[in-house]
Design a protein around this ligand. Structure first.
Ligand SMILES: C[S@@+](CC[C@H](N)C(=O)[O-])C[C@H]1O[C@@H](n2cnc3c(N)ncnc32)[C@H](O)[C@@H]1O
Length: 322
């Protein structure tokens, strides 16, 4: 096992994201990627262990049970690239299944340096695995992997944990089309999607009784205080998780409990909030199986197989680039 970081560059400009999101007329927003500093990545890991958040355990059950079957559908040899690996814990199963067939090169692609480091530690005991991570945005890392692959090698892209659900549906199609354009026919994408389920179950998952998801959400303001010298009063904002029935998604917001003005000096910003006004911080879209197959088709893939968890409806779909 060898590990290295191939590229480490400024992944995005927090200042630009904050200016664009907080200066929006109408609904203020901060993109979900702003959650993931060291504290945010640690809080996300804690969320994955919460009793209410069955999503990660469902995904892991699928990966553990079906990785051998998944690998049997793949052309050989393959290099593995994972978009937003997080801790990498669920990825172990498919890497082990692949490494029984061939020596494996694994490229975790992450904007969070601490998640990348955790992932490396998590997987560094797998025999004949070489880990070469990218601290970069999804497509920058994938472009690099594709540009440097040997001629006869296929790529298996992993996009687990229903992270696709952070994109609204049209943006999700556009993103998968961009992934497809980087790939060659016969390359594969394993796509995790959280499926529709009772709204009460979803609300509990995104507003847990211990308040860890609330802390995860509020940490984005704490991060702006730490990194951009902002003066958000965390006690004057409240975590809000609600289900949007029309869009079939959970939305997380930070609600200003009173009228207030916040300054963000490093972004040269002064922002006013009305009492009850929110910053929209994350969407988690929910899917059904035919919709995932249609998503595959619209983005230039065919759906080879789908594996499900029955306990917490969740699907891993193996898509092959056409
Ligand atoms: C919802 S978490 C999922 C983590 C893991 N895949 C799982 O299933 O548990 C999303 C991960 O993607 C990373 N991430 C978010 N936006 C990203 C981007 N634009 N480029 C690269 N990584 C990103 C985050 O740091 C985080 O670790």
């Amino acid at each position: 096992m060898i590990t290295e970081t191939l590229a480490s560059r400024a992944t995005y400009s927090l200042v630009q994201e904050v200016r664009a999101g907080l200066l929006k007329t109408g609904q203020k927003e901060l993109p979900a990627k702003c959650f993931y500093d060291d504290v945010g990545s640690a809080l996300f890991e804690a969320i994955c262990h919460l009793p209410e958040y069955g999503l990660t355990r469902a995904d892991e059950r699928i990966m553990r049970r079906y990785s051998e079957a998944m690998v049997s559908h793949l052309a050989a040899p393959v290099v593995v690239a994972e978009l937003g690996c997080g801790s990498g814990r669920k990825t172990r199963w498919i890497l082990e299944a692949l490494s029984r067939r061939q020596p494996v090169v694994y490229h975790p692609i992450e904007i969070s340096a601490s998640a990348l480091a955790t992932c490396r530690r998590e997987l560094d005991d797998i025999d004949s695995l070489r880990i070469a991570g990218f601290e970069s945005e999804y497509l920058d890392g994938l472009l690099h992997v594709a540009a440097h692959r040997p001629v006869h090698q296929h790529i298996l892209v992993l996009f687990l944990g229903s992270t696709i659900g952070n994109f609204d549906r049209p943006a999700g199609i556009r993103f998968l089309q961009q992934v497809r354009r980087i790939l060659r026919p016969g390359d594969a994408l394993l796509l995790g999607t959280d499926l529709e389920k009772p709204v009460s179950q979803l609300i509990a998952a995104y507003d847990d009784s211990l308040g860890v998801t609330a802390a995860f959400n509020l940490n984005v303001l704490a991060r702006l205080n730490r990194e951009l010298d902002a003066d958000f009063r965390l006690d004057q904002f409240r975590h809000l998780a609600r289900y949007n029935y029309h869009e079939r998604r959970i939305e997380m917001h930070l609600l200003s409990t009173l009228e207030q003005t916040v300054t963000v000096p490093a972004a040269e910003l002064m922002v006013t909030f009305r009492a009850g006004e929110t910053i929209w911080t994350e969407s988690s879209h929910k899917y059904n199986l035919p919709e995932v197959r249609q998503l595959a088709q619209q983005s230039g893939f065919r759906c080879e197989n789908q594996w499900l968890d029955e306990e917490w409806p969740f699907a891993e779909s193996l898509l092959i680039a056409q």
